[in-house]
Design a protein. Structure first.
Length: 295
């Protein structure tokens, strides 16, 4: 009798455990993690503010201090520096905000939350996807805020609201590769200060050695050479082409493609290739870290 009771009591327990595990859906796990990372950001707004304030300072200082000087070098009569600079600042926002992706992961590792999440029955791919989508949502909002401020300071988006949304989309696509790099750096160093220093060490050289602030043809030859392989150049060119509504790329020539697509095709191809390459590296490091954490 006791044997029967034991078997009977064990089977329902196992079924309940299976039912609990099966109640987790992939989309449900994505949503849970999406909410968790957004709530975490709201509860610690300092990081969001810092990643937004820096590009705003650049926007105000560059337009007010260098605007009159640089406008003559643009080679486009009627184009003010605010309009020229706005897409570059949008990319800078994406770059600065992507740094915080690795910082958040380090915080999870340091407080033990990373191991707890991995030990849960949630799908690991959903865990990382939810985190990424939360960060991309915040980056999109930050870019939209900076674009609105740029317009208030005198910038124009020739392609209207659709163009502004296009610039936001380019910024989101651009941010993916640097967010992946930031996460990979976090997993390699497992230290918040090292992650921030390492990411920021690249941020400013990438910005200034590109077509972000001055037309490429006006830069010294060695900078032009670096700019041709600099991802920021492709991100800025894509955003600027959408904002101005015309072809602006000077580093790649795609035969048979004309107009705005002459810029967008090579620029987006480079950015998507980087997203896949660095994203794959980050996922590989995350899978290795998760395996060791679970063991």
């Amino acid at each position: 009798m006791s044997t029967t009771t034991g078997a009977g009591s064990g089977t329902p327990g196992a079924r309940v455990g299976e039912a609990e595990r099966s109640s987790n859906t992939f989309l449900g796990d994505v949503w849970v993690n999406y909410k968790r990372w957004n709530l975490k950001a709201v509860r610690n707004p300092f990081v969001l503010v810092v990643s937004l304030v820096q590009p705003v300072i650049f926007l105000v200082l560059f337009t007010q201090v260098f605007g009159g000087v640089v406008e003559g070098a643009l080679g486009a009569p009627g184009l003010n520096y605010e309009t020229y600079l706005a897409p570059a600042i949008a990319i800078q926002v994406a770059l600065a905000a992507a740094v915080t992706s690795g910082v958040g992961l380090v915080n999870d590792i340091e407080n033990g939350m990373f191991e707890k999440v991995l030990a849960s029955p949630m799908n690991r791919a959903a865990v990382f996807l939810g985190k990424t989508l939360a960060e991309l949502s915040r980056i999109a909002v930050q870019i939209a805020v900076v674009l609105a401020l740029s317009v208030a300071l005198g910038a124009e988006v020739a392609t209207g609201l659709a163009g502004a949304l296009g610039v936001v989309a380019v910024g989101v696509v651009f941010s993916l590769w640097f967010a992946a790099f930031s996460n990979a750096l976090a997993l390699l160093t497992r230290d918040q200060e090292s992650t921030i220093i390492g990411a920021n060490l690249l941020q400013f050289p990438l910005l200034f050695l590109s077509s972000a602030f001055i037309p490429l043809e006006r830069l010294p030859g060695w900078i032009q050479g670096f700019a041709t392989v600099n991802p920021v150049t492709y991100g800025v060119d894509a955003a600027r082409a959408i904002g101005l509504g015309r072809d602006v790329i000077t580093v790649v020539d795609v035969p048979g493609v004309e107009g705005i697509w002459h810029t967008l095709v090579p620029a987006l191809a480079v950015l998507l290739a980087l997203d896949l390459l660095l994203g794959g590296a980050a996922v590989y490091l995350l899978s290795r870290a998760s395996s060791s954490a679970v063991r």
